[in-house]
Design a protein around this ligand. Structure first.
Ligand SMILES: Cc1ncc(C[n+]2csc(CCOP(=O)(O)OP(=O)(O)O)c2C)c(N)n1
Length: 564
């Protein structure tokens, strides 16, 4: 078999459905192999960065490896931002790049640079293929590493001459990996610590989303009565409707989730990733007891010294803790002959402080829901989006001040329904991300929320969305400014520099691509416009709206009006 055909057969054996990419001479063999007989769909993008973001979001939503492909040189350098984003956000991604013939690589030759070195800091593993017979092993290895906890990006390079070689080797079938059981002694110690704690709290991180542990987590909160908080990337693991869930940590203004952690004596950190939120924020005096539960051992950080560290499958660990808690409760009940859960494991009454916190968080989200001032207030806009979307519809945030508002205000009820990049945090993520999300979840509405800065970073993918007939909705927050940066400049230096720009006419821009465009001119109109956009079945809709950024400073102020 021709090597490029074998390469594609190996991808098929891994269950690949889509490759997002942009062709070049050096990937032509692969392109023809895909188009000849493969079931894999090639999604043509208008920039390699868009392809990488699509692969990233595909990985987040499916828990499978997302694929992007580019040619050598400039195609490869264009991939890097999206690849780095997936890697730092722990999304499984495989970047495939073409290369010139291997007999040209040792010398100056057209478009030839060294991508393997370039990808080193932004991938978990990378390899340039040098013979056809190794393709099955190399591809299997790449998928395994991308999916191993913590997930991330891998890169494979296929030089043009290798893709034309012949091989008789067969693809390797992937085996399901065994899930690691937790150590029993550590479970007993963790249970003892939970029972002895006066005010425990669960800190939920994105590992719980990646590994589908939401059901186990929900059971844990329900059965123990312990309250929880989540990081940006773990929104929806516990529904924001739960009165035991104190919502999202990490936004300065009235960061009640942080207050809750600060007052707790035990933090049960589950799937918590330090890249998202530094433990220095909540353990600066090193006084907390910490139970670390994740697939991998804890990262080293002065402010994160776990008292107990359980590196095993999250779901199994939680089940084991719950079983042990139940056994303890029964044993205690037998001794005392009274079926009283209180004080043994289950915390029936919600601590007064946590009750107040939940009330305050909810009030802050809803307080402008009837406000009609224009430009629209961030809270009002987000609550309108929430009220119009169904529980399982998907919001994807770009990066900027709007991201902090979304993290803070957008109530999330199911995992993977509010996607935020909070590791690498690259602008330009949301529009291509929405395209991948809509392909993977055709029955769910997908709304990308962008700043006017970030939207234009990958605006070319609007053509991809139109061509694919995807009814995604993009809401653009207009302030003609890199809002997050001018905010930081004003707060630190008292003035701004190099952040202002002008916007195109977003309606005309959308229409010129074949999409629908609206410019909302008053606050009441936003809801109606969004409802209209929800009816689209095959055309992307752009909604531009002026947003009131005058209160953005509260996103960065530490002590602002803490009413508790
Ligand atoms: C690719 C990239 N470039 C620069 C930054 C730094 N940065 C973070 S937020 C931001 C401003 C975003 O502006 P906009 O998209 O208009 O959103 P807003 O902050 O106004 O809500 C910038 C420049 C980044 N995160 N990613």
């Amino acid at each position: 078999m021709k090597a490029s055909d074998l390469f594609i057969k190996c991808l098929e054996a891994e269950g690949v459905e889509y490759i997002f990419g942009l062709p070049g001479e050096e990937t032509n063999d692969l392109a023809i192999s895909i188009s000849n007989s493969s079931k894999i769909k090639f999604v043509l993008t208008r920039h390699e960065q868009g392809a990488a973001f699509m692969a990233d979001v595909y990985g987040r939503l499916t828990h499978k490896v997302g694929l992007c492909m580019s040619t050598l040189g400039p195609g490869t350098t264009n991939l890097t931002t999206g690849v780095a984003n997936a890697n730092m956000d722990r999304s499984p991604l495989l970047a495939i790049t073409g290369q010139t013939n291997t007999d040209q690589l040792h010398k100056e030759s057209h478009q030839n640079m060294d991508p393997i070195t370039m990808f080193k800091p932004i991938t978990k593993w990378r390899w340039s293929m040098r013979n056809a017979d190794s393709i099955p092993e190399i591809i299997r290895r790449a998928f395994k590493i991308a999916l191993e906890e913590k997930g991330g990006a891998v890169h494979l390079e296929l030089p043009q001459d290798i893709s034309k070689k012949e091989s008789a080797i067969k693809p390797i079938k992937p085996e399901e990996a065994l899930r690691a059981m937790p150590n029993k002694d550590l479970i007993s110690k963790a249970v003892k610590m939970i029972l002895e704690s006066s005010l425990p709290i669960i800190l939920i991180g994105n590992g719980c989303i990646r590994k589908n542990a939401a059901n186990a987590l929900r059971r844990f909160v329900e059965c123990t009565g312990i309250c929880s908080v989540n990081t940006f990337m773990a929104k929806g693991v516990i529904s924001d409707k739960s009165n035991r869930h104190l919502q999202t940590i990490g936004i300065k203004e009235a960061d009640y989730a942080l207050v809750a952690i600060k007052k707790s004596d035990l933090v049960i950190a589950i799937g918590y990733d330090l890249v998202e939120y530094s433990p220095r924020n909540w353990n600066s005096n090193l006084k907390k007891n910490i139970i670390h539960i994740d697939f991998t051992p804890a990262e080293v950080d002065t402010y994160y010294p776990p008292t107990i560290e359980i590196a095993a499958d999250i779901e199994y660990t939680i089940e084991a803790i719950l079983n042990e808690l139940e056994n303890k409760i029964h044993a205690e009940e037998n001794i005392r002959n009274t079926p009283d859960l209180e004080g043994i494991g289950y915390r029936e009454t919600l601590p007064e402080l946590f009750k107040k916190i939940k009330k305050e968080v909810t009030w802050r989200i809803d307080r402008f829901s009837r406000d009609t001032s224009y430009p629209i207030k961030p809270e009002k806009l987000i609550v309108d989006v929430r009220n119009i979307l169904s529980e399982n519809d998907i919001v994807i945030s770009d990066v900027g001040a709007h991201k902090l508002w979304i993290a803070k205000v957008y109530n999330t009820y199911a995992p993977n329904t509010c996607l935020i990049t909070n590791g690498f945090c690259s602008m330009g993520f949301a529009l291509p991300g929405a395209i991948a999300a809509q392909l993977v979840k055709p029955k769910q509405k997908v709304v990308a929320i962008c700043g006017d800065g970030g939207f234009l970073m990958n605006v070319q993918e609007l053509e991809t969305a139109v061509r694919l007939k995807l009814p995604i909705i993009v809401v653009i927050w207009c302030d003609s400014d890199f809002g997050m940066i001018s905010l930081k400049q004003s707060m630190e230096f008292g003035r701004t520099a190099f952040t202002r720009f002008t916007n195109p006419d977003f309606v005309k821009l959308a229409e010129s691509f074949g999409a629908t465009g609206y410019k909302v001119k008053n606050t009441q109109e936003f809801r109606r416009t969004l409802e209209k956009a929800m009816d689209s079945v095959s055309i992307p809709v752009i909604i531009a709206i002026d947003v009131d950024y005058s209160r953005n400073n509260i996103l960065l102020e530490d002590s602002n009006s803490l009413r508790i």
